[in-house]
Design a protein around this ligand. Structure first.
Ligand SMILES: Nc1ncnc2c1ncn2[C@@H]1O[C@H](COP(=O)(O)OP(=O)(O)OP(=O)(O)O)[C@@H](O)[C@H]1O
Length: 746
């Protein structure tokens, strides 16, 4: 049918020519080289005829904020101003900050102007071409043909470079914006706050797809508007000079098209927004399945997983069906609207042609000019679907930016400065002084406990002035200083609905190791989260060493993507130990700089100490040094016990002052557990210096655990019994031998 309409348009063209004119094909392209043909050109109509396959169709999940925004996702003209402001705030920082951006952009504008110039040039050449042809003026025909070829040689590279430059800007902008967003996401543990606070769905999707479509479509839209304005001015002159009445016809037709399209497509914005979310939910289920493949296989849970996936797929497909239904309704109109463009100007001008007032070339030129102008005036008609997706994308990005800002209250209050300041506030979470940390935003609904505020977390700067650092051990003649203290600590869950610990005060000197025990759910791990600064809801104060001096050993160690060596150094980076003075220090923060420089041989000794001596050789097919560089899927390759021992190896390498151990030996037998704790205790031993003074212990640890055997390695025990009941007591070493393995002792 589509072709039929084109053929029909052809025959009209042929009929217009009183002499036998050659038929030419109709093209729809934004390529100005083609616009001289008596056909419709369109920068934008091509998108209407594309398959509308949503290339950026993904994203995810469910949250209150999301629902709220979805409800707002109707095409609402009052919202347009708000959206424009959001767009401006997110787009401007790039051009204000990056010099390269301004140059690239200027190049693109220059090429856009040239591109439009080529359009106009070909419009005139086209007119002459058709006139010569219809007049059978051979000399003039070959003359125009020659000019045509010359113009092609100049025009073709311009058109090519114009597109290339546009893509260059899009990639550069995307890189800049993704880096900024990632920086905001990782700073001050915002990624953790967002995850726990469940403020936004699928940040991964927002950082990848939403940023990408934001930058590329913004440019496309901008260029469409610029070329439309240039076209409008240049072709209006042409058209007006041909026949002023055509001008009035165009304005009326474009206004009619815009109003009708907006009305027909009003549901598409919301549907596109939903589609992004639903696609991502579907994809996320598959990722979760992959990540938990073994557990699901043990449970034989594939039926259930398959059912969940099937349900999510159905939701995706149902929404997609609604979208194509809406698109169909919209396209009934837009396709007809577009084909009318071919006929309308010819119908208006034809009587003058039949009367002999104008030549065929003038008709051809008027069709071209009419098409240009109408397309310029019909941006909304032609781009409606893309605009609706773009609008949904702007909203998703803005919600994300706002959530990142809320997750870290010290940040600037508006998106524009947020994006700009991201660079300057780099790594401020690694300050050693008192600093606020990521706040878990609460949903602020339900029964919050009103009197609780924020726990004050004080990070003591690393020793350096009062005592001398020597390989992670410092000496002092004074009594051991306090390493960890809590004062009147009240700890709530992040939603502030439950009080887990009330009025806890304790002091832990260097070298004094603390064991935290209590029933499941009593708040043991939560207390560790508060020490880490992950949970801040409550009252009171926690004083502890700076981030670079604290190391956390969770029950399930995280294995990073990378080599065996990367696993050992984690979270330090390999090159950090080699060159800590270069610019990398500025970008990765102190806690990622190793305090000691270790050779591969020394790393192998560390593996030996944690009973993983053969792991390197095994991974390197017999060559342990090669094994250190081996990259495997470590979390699925190593057993949990091996991963836990590897984590103790990390402690040796990272040489912290305070280690927080959260059931980190749960997968080990008693002998291995003893070995790991003895490593920690050895690192904590005081040594006698030549001047007669004792060094302070190099390492202190706080453990959470259920096993009675753990008592032997600790000096104090904190028993949490829920809410305001807790007991802190010294562990009597003398009484341990007999009771150590008696469960009731805990
Ligand atoms: N993000 C959260 N929001 C609200 N409540 C939470 C959150 N995370 C954990 N909790 C609740 O806080 C309580 C304390 O959890 P925590 O992990 O500290 O227990 P635990 O004493 O370490 O238990 P276990 O010995 O089983 O590991 C639990 O009841 C848990 O359900």
């Amino acid at each position: 049918i589509n072709n039929g309409i084109i053929v029909h348009a052809f025959s009209i063209h042929t009929a217009l020519s009183s002499r036998s004119t050659t038929s030419v094909s109709l093209t729809r392209s934004n390529n100005p080289l083609q616009t001289s043909l008596p056909s419709g050109r369109s920068i934008t109509t091509s998108s209407l005829f594309s398959t509308n396959g949503n290339s950026n169709s993904e994203i995810s999940d469910d949250s209150k904020t999301l629902l709220h925004h979805q409800q707002q996702q109707q095409l609402d003209w009052n919202k347009v101003g708000e959206q424009l402001k959001l767009f401006w705030n997110m787009a401007v920082p790039y051009f204000e900050e990056s010099n390269a951006a301004r140059w690239l952009f200027a190049g693109m504008i220059g090429l856009t102007l040239l591109n439009s110039g080529v359009s106009v040039l070909f419009s005139y050449l086209g007119k002459d071409f058709w006139n010569a042809l219809s007049a059978k003026n051979t000399v003039e025909f070959y003359n125009v043909l020659g000019k045509y070829v010359g113009a092609l040689l100049v025009g073709a590279p311009i058109v090519t470079m114009y597109k290339f430059q546009r893509e260059r800007v899009a990639i550069h902008w995307r890189e800049w914006m993704t880096e900024r967003t990632l920086q905001l996401y990782e700073e001050n543990r915002v990624y953790y706050a967002l995850e726990r606070g469940r403020q936004v769905d699928n940040p991964d999707q927002r950082i990848t797809e939403d940023v990408k479509s934001f930058t590329s479509f913004s440019l496309q839209l901008f260029l469409t508007i610029v070329t439309s304005i240039i076209d409008l001015v240049s072709f209006s002159f042409i058209l007006y000079s041909i026949y002023p009445q055509l001008f009035i016809a165009i304005i009326a037709y474009a206004a009619f098209g815009t109003v009708t399209t907006t009305w027909l497509g009003k549901d598409l914005v919301r549907l596109n927004y939903d589609q992004l979310t639903k696609e991502a939910n579907f994809r996320y289920s598959l990722v979760r399945w992959r990540e938990n493949a073994e557990s699901i296989a043990f449970y034989a849970g594939e039926d259930l997983e398959g059912k969940v996936l099937g349900e999510r797929l159905k939701v995706v497909v149902d929404n997609a069906r609604e979208i194509i239904g809406s698109q169909r309704n919209l396209e009934f109109f837009t396709n007809g609207y577009r084909f009318m463009i071919q006929l309308l100007p010819v119908a208006v001008v034809a009587p003058r042609y039949f009367a002999g007032a104008i030549e065929l070339g003038v008709i051809s030129q008027s069709v071209g000019a009419f098409n240009h102008i109408l397309n310029d005036l019909s941006i909304i008609v032609n781009q409606f679907e893309q605009l609706s997706r773009f609008s949904a994308g702007i909203d998703r990005l803005a919600v994300f930016m706002e959530a990142m800002q809320e997750a870290d209250p010290d940040r600037s209050e508006n998106i524009k400065t947020l994006l700009k300041l991201a660079d300057n506030s780099n790594n401020n979470n690694n300050n050693t002084d008192v600093s606020s940390t990521a706040t878990i935003s609460s949903s602020n609904s339900g029964s919050e406990i009103p009197e609780f505020g924020k726990i004050d977390l004080v990070r003591i700067p690393a020793i350096g002035s009062a005592a001398t650092a020597t390989n992670g051990v410092h000496s002092t003649k004074l009594a051991s200083p306090i390493l960890l203290s809590m004062e009147h600590l009240d700890l709530c869950t992040p939603d502030r609905k439950r009080l887990l610990i009330r009025d806890l005060s304790l002091e832990l000197k260097e070298g004094e190791n603390l064991l935290i025990v209590g029933n499941s759910g009593a708040g043991k791990s939560s207390l560790l989260r508060a020490i880490a600064g992950l949970w801040t809801a409550g009252n009171g104060q926690i004083v502890r060493p700076a981030d670079e001096d604290v190391y956390f050993l969770p029950q399930r160690p995280y294995c990073t993507l990378g080599s065996l060596k990367d696993q050992l150094l984690y979270p330090s980076l390999e090159n950090m130990q080699k060159n800590i003075t270069d610019e990398s220090e500025a970008t990765v923060g102190k806690s990622h700089i190793l305090k000691q420089s270790l050779t591969d041989q020394e790393l192998l000794e560390v593996l030996e100490k944690v009973d993983l001596g053969e792991l390197a050789a095994r991974s390197g097919d017999g060559d342990p040094i090669k094994g250190l560089q081996a990259t495997l899927d470590w979390s699925n390759t190593l057993s949990l016990g091996e991963q836990q021992r590897l984590a103790f190896g990390r402690v040796i390498i990272n040489a912290p002052r305070l280690v927080i151990v959260d059931e980190a030996t749960s997968a080990l037998d008693m002998v291995a557990e003893a070995k790991m704790y003895n490593i920690l205790r050895d690192m904590g031993r005081k040594t006698l210096l030549k001047n007669g003074s004792l060094t302070s212990p190099g390492l202190t640890f706080v453990s959470v655990g259920h096993r009675p055997s753990l008592l032997a390695y600790h000096d104090k025990r904190l028993r949490l019994n829920g809410e305001d009941r807790h007991v802190l007591e010294d562990i009597e070493k003398s009484s341990l031998d007999a009771k150590a393995f008696n469960v009731s002792n805990l």
